[in-house]
Design a protein around this ligand. Structure first.
Ligand code: BTN
Length: 262
């Protein structure tokens, strides 16, 4: 058993709300495994952690580069007791809790890029991938996948990521204990997720999100499936959708897409 696995099993046992902790030294993707488990019979608050992923999934069908020994790759299985309209913005909530966590450990202010990228110095330090399905009891299930660049040296990343990614180590000039970060993150996520579900979704966390939101009043271009939409970012609505003012003055709420600040 690696020391990462040993420490995880030992220290995460103190988190009573976690129903099951599943660890793999190497796996295709923690989200893909979570998807398979949910179709069998797995309780919510099961978490999966891997040291490395061979086919880590990112948003918009991209890959998530997942080298071993350095970063956090985890998925959480949830059955949210909240109206369907508030489900997508669980990804904004997760980005916010990751931001709280990184700030706690590094003392560095993070910026949130809608919907859930966490950035420092315009470089990405974490990503969140939300997947929805029905479990074996026909209950809506959300898989929240989180990747955090903790101790990775970005200089060893593939060329195309060199200028786009950063890590906690690169920013703080020291290494961090991944288990301590996970322990902190899960505890905080549990607290904020329950708050979010009992207080009606995104509006209950909007203040905190907006304090870190880096896109307000910026002119952006969004690729939403095949369509490109340009406009000025005016707000995020109660369902976590980005509100754009289009060139013709009309307001449009966008629920998904890749945003580029122009
Ligand atoms: C993004 O594109 O920003 C989302 C990245 C999400 C990566 C995490 S790593 C753990 C979990 N398993 C995956 O395959 N993806 C998510």
């Amino acid at each position: 058993m690696s020391s990462y696995e040993h420490e995880l099993k030992q220290r995460l046992a103190s988190l009573n709300f976690l129903k099951k902790v599943i660890y793999y030294p190497s796996i295709e993707s923690t989200n893909t495994l979570a998807y398979e488990l949910v179709q069998k019979d797995f309780e919510e608050w099961t978490v999966i952690i891997a040291d490395t992923q061979s086919r880590g999934k990112g948003r918009q069908n991209r890959n998530w580069y997942s080298p071993p020994n350095v970063n956090i790759y985890t998925s959480i299985i949830l059955n949210p007791d909240i109206s369907y309209k508030h489900i997508p913005s669980i990804s904004l909530l997760t980005g916010l809790v990751v931001a709280f966590t990184i700030e706690h450990f590094t003392n560095i202010q993070t910026i949130l890029k809608w919907p859930n990228d966490v950035l420092v110095n315009e470089k990405k330090i974490s990503g969140v991938l939300l997947e929805l399905l029905n479990n074996s009891h026909d209950m809506l299930t959300v898989i929240v996948g989180i990747g955090i660049n903790v101790n990775s040296d970005i200089k060893s990343y593939p060329n195309q990521l060199l200028n786009l990614a950063t890590s906690m180590m690169m920013l703080a000039n020291k290494t961090f204990d991944r288990v301590e970060i996970l322990l902190y993150f899960y505890s905080l996520f549990y607290k904020w997720y329950n708050y979010y579900c009992t207080n009606g979704g995104f509006n209950s966390i909007k203040d905190r999100y907006m304090q870190r939101f880096g896109m307000l009043n910026k002119y952006v271009s969004i690729m939403n499936r095949e369509e490109k939409i340009d406009g000025i970012v005016k707000d995020i609505d109660e369902y976590g959708r980005l509100v754009l003012k289009l060139d013709n003055g009309r307001l449009l709420s966008i629920s998904s897409g890749d945003v580029h600040i122009i």
